[in-house]
Design a protein around this ligand. Structure first.
Ligand SMILES: *Cc1c(COP(=O)(O)O)cnc(C)c1O
Length: 481
């Protein structure tokens, strides 16, 4: 940062719940709260448009500095002297100087978001969130025990986000033998004393159900200061807003020279919601948002048919998008309902009881004007991986879903930026099925194979898991050190 400039004033920014049930809180409180206590999701009171001069200035900034400029607009209670080094550190773990580089392939722009420690885009947010947790716990006192269930990607990114940090322990449950070898090793080879990997004799759903039951046991949750790392945390969305603006400003030089479109492989609606926020900040720069789903097409059906209805989860080659309830959807709903928390609450309650929502024609038109959407089948995903491999660029299956959808909506004079959410070697089996050969393991993954690993195998039983946590949690009777 240019430290000769006068210290920027902290913005007067407060956070509210989509369901209107909490008094406005600060950024730090929103980060620690995660899910709003009224069951809603936290959002900034305002998302202000960024002026032309500011955007022009931002064009010249490297990633970390742009990250500070964007993030600090939403942070009312962390001084720049603390926030700048916190952000800088979060991206030191990335192995590319541009953090999220753009690559041109065949008329498309691929935004590579997989240069972080676990080779998936979740690192962009979880490296930042881990540092924020550590900073806030140190500043305000307290300890935290993070608990989560993973089908693969989120677990390792969360573990890398908090490994070795003070005042935080992390417990990640994965289904024994049902994650890929690489995904398992990415979690279990992290042997820092604050990391606890649990391999559960059961399915991902069993793990998820146990985690839910533990979070619903409020006395237990409070006693052990349990925290969550799923994608509902506002800080994760905020960190992701940065790369939309970074990429758009790199592809479209001067302000006023036109817009760019984005294609986003979508599961929980977190990443594409970050794009929605970025577009509200820079509506002259960001145009169409293409929402791409795999065969779990809840969200593409919502955009195209105006119906939001839970279906059965289908297992696909893009497992991080095998989702039937999009946990961030409520944030968009709130905007769709003109920021009316009563309507949002009523809709979410109705969805909770019936598993579906239908929308009036006027609302459907609005959705269609804000998103384009496409479901991409398994066969199409494999075909796209094959085609691009022949052109010399290897796509992972998640990215391939986005690229396939992008091809339908790309317009001649508008650059299309496709978010590349994982490194192809992370999903080597699926890539090999499409291309006939397994992608080479990058050094970060190859070195996992001969590292020490640590993991505990537990039965899929609620009391067993609780007992395991109780003796290892920070602040518990058995662990006062
Ligand atoms: C999590 C994930 C996604 C989906 O992102 P959402 O924010 O849940 O929509 C896409 N690709 C990969 C590789 C992921 O890990």
């Amino acid at each position: 940062m240019d430290r000769r400039q006068p210290k920027p004033q902290l913005p007067d920014m407060k956070y509210i719940s989509t369901r209107g049930g909490i008094a406005p809180i600060s950024f730090s409180e929103a980060v620690m709260m995660g899910l709003a206590t009224d069951g809603g999701l936290l959002l900034p009171e305002e998302i202000d448009r960024v002026g032309r001069e500011t955007l022009a200035r931002w064009r010249a900034l490297p990633y970390r500095q742009l990250a500070f400029e964007v993030i600090s607009r939403f942070v009312d209670d962390i001084p720049a002297d603390d926030l700048i080094p916190l952000i800088d550190r979060s991206y030191d773990s990335f192995n590319h100087p541009e953090i999220t580089p753009l690559v041109r392939v065949d008329g498309l722009h691929i935004l590579e978001l997989f240069h972080g420690p676990t080779l998936a885009f979740k690192d962009v947010a979880l490296q930042f969130l881990g540092n924020l947790f550590e900073y806030l716990l140190k500043k305000n006192g307290g300890k935290m025990n993070i608990l989560g269930a993973t089908s693969g990607d989120t677990g390792s990114a969360a573990i890398y986000g908090v490994r070795g940090k003070d005042n935080i322990n992390i417990f990640i449950i994965h289904p024994h033998k049902r994650v890929s070898r690489i995904q398992e090793l990415q979690m279990t080879t992290v042997t820092d004393a604050n990391v606890f990997n649990i391999a559960l004799r059961g399915s991902f759903d069993d793990g998820q159900a146990i985690v839910k039951a533990i979070f619903n046991d409020i006395p237990f949750k409070d006693k052990y200061s349990l925290g969550a790392v799923n994608s509902i945390n506002w800080a994760r969305i905020l960190a992701q807003v940065v790369y939309y603006l970074y990429a758009a400003l790199r592809v479209r030089g001067a302000a006023g020279s036109g817009k760019v479109d984005f294609a986003v492989p979508t599961g929980n609606f977190g990443d594409i919601f970050a794009g929605f926020v970025a577009r509200r900040m820079a509506p002259d720069l960001i145009g169409r948002l293409v929402l791409a789903t795999n065969e779990n097409d809840l969200l593409s059906r919502f955009v195209n048919d105006g119906e939001y209805a839970v279906g059965q989860v289908t297992h696909t080659s893009s497992p991080s998008m095998d989702i039937q309830v999009a946990s961030n959807f409520e944030r968009y709903l709130y905007f769709l309902f003109e920021r009316d928390p009563k309507r949002t609450r009523a809709a979410m309650e109705s969805f909770a009881s019936s598993g579906r929502l239908e929308f009036a024609e006027k609302i459907r038109e609005r959705v269609a004007s804000e998103f384009s959407a496409r479901m991409v089948s398994e066969a199409e995903t494999a075909a796209v991986i094959r085609t691009y491999n022949e052109r010399g660029y290897l796509l992972d299956p998640h990215t391939a879903v986005g690229v396939r959808a992008a091809l339908d909506f790309a317009e001649k004079d508008t650059p299309m930026i496709c978010l590349a959410t994982a490194h192809p070697a992370k999903f080597g089996d699926a890539v090999a099925r499409a291309t006939g050969s397994e992608p080479a393991l990058p050094p970060a993954l190859a070195s996992l194979l001969d590292r020490e690993s640590r993991c505990d195998l537990l039965d899929a039983d609620l009391e067993t898991v609780k007992a395991y946590i109780a003796v290892r949690a920070l602040g518990s009777a058995g662990n006062r050190a």
